[in-house]
Design a binder for this molecule. Sequence first.
Ligand code: SAM
Length: 355
Amino acid sequence: MHSVTKSNEKAESINSTMPANNKERSMMSNQCHSSTYQYSFRIVIKNEISSSTTTASKPDGIEKKKLKSIVNKYLIVDCLKGLKMLPSNSIQCIVTSPPYNKLGLREGSSYSGQIVYDTYDDDMDEHEYKRWQIDLLNEINRILKPNGSLFYNHKDRRYRHRDYPPEEFIIRSDLNLYQTIIWDRSCTANQNAAYFRPNSEKIFWLTKSSRSTVTAPTFYRDRLPECFKSSIWRIPPDRKNKHPAPFPALLAEICILATTDKGDLVLDPFAGSGTTLIAAANLKRSFLGFDISKKYQAMFKHRLATSNSDINMWKEFYVVEKIIDKRLRNGHVEYLLKWKGFDHNQNTVSEEEKY
Ligand SMILES: C[S@@+](CC[C@H](N)C(=O)[O-])C[C@H]1O[C@@H](n2cnc3c(N)ncnc32)[C@H](O)[C@@H]1O
């Protein structure tokens, strides 16, 4: 295992690569304590699959690959480097969840249920982590289509009797915070008696913004089952997935169904086991994923080869159905049948899918 550290890019050069955000600039310069703040972050690479430490380098120096050549692929590449390959205004939907930097926030002290990634140690200096995520979000603001959507899954972390909500850095990015969805996981490994059980995470629905405009995203709420039409989604974690920190396929599917059409391109820059990409493929969307682990890429390939485009979503959906109350459940099953094209009068299922 070795670490790759790069720390020689000045804050000015970062700002020149992406739309300036004055609020962010002044906040960062207050926090950096020095006008010669050195931008740095570290990726610890165990398997030496890539030494792709990336920085906010000149976008002009990187060839903008034709999207066609990288569509429906899972690339082993650093997320920022991957994003910089993409043309502006090219992606309809991104569903992603970064590492949460739990070890870094805790200054390296271990915690119960610690997440151990294959090629990443999740132990950045917290300030660098926030800067990294802001850079990433700003780059996403560039590549999103004007009516596109980013669903960014993160959660409030705790350390030393304090909550660290991700809003602290998200609102300092260029993106527009369109809505916050609460993901009710229904359970938690954290049973600390000193505070309420933290069994939720957040899904930040973020949209493109520029200095002068914020455009409303494409949104098809009518397609969704009733229990996902509100801003609290109850979805149990996927315990079958061998990745250390996956989100459930159903979560990705709801985001994709709500904001894309067949054929649209869906991206996950922290692809992991490829949950977002599988969901996109099952819903007949195109996909693109980045990660730095070949092991996770192999997991994805296996999942793609064995997934059944019709069954996955509904199997997961029925798990949700089981844990909601009976009255609602009946309503949802009714809705589900209607949505799948089931005609009660004729007792048939129409050929045409509704999404
Ligand atoms: C929270 S997991 C995402 C899991 C994914 N949503 C799933 O369902 O499988 C975060 C992922 O980010 C990857 N990662 C960490 N640093 C990265 C980087 N610099 N570029 C791309 N991926 C990175 C890790 O390998 C890990 O798979």
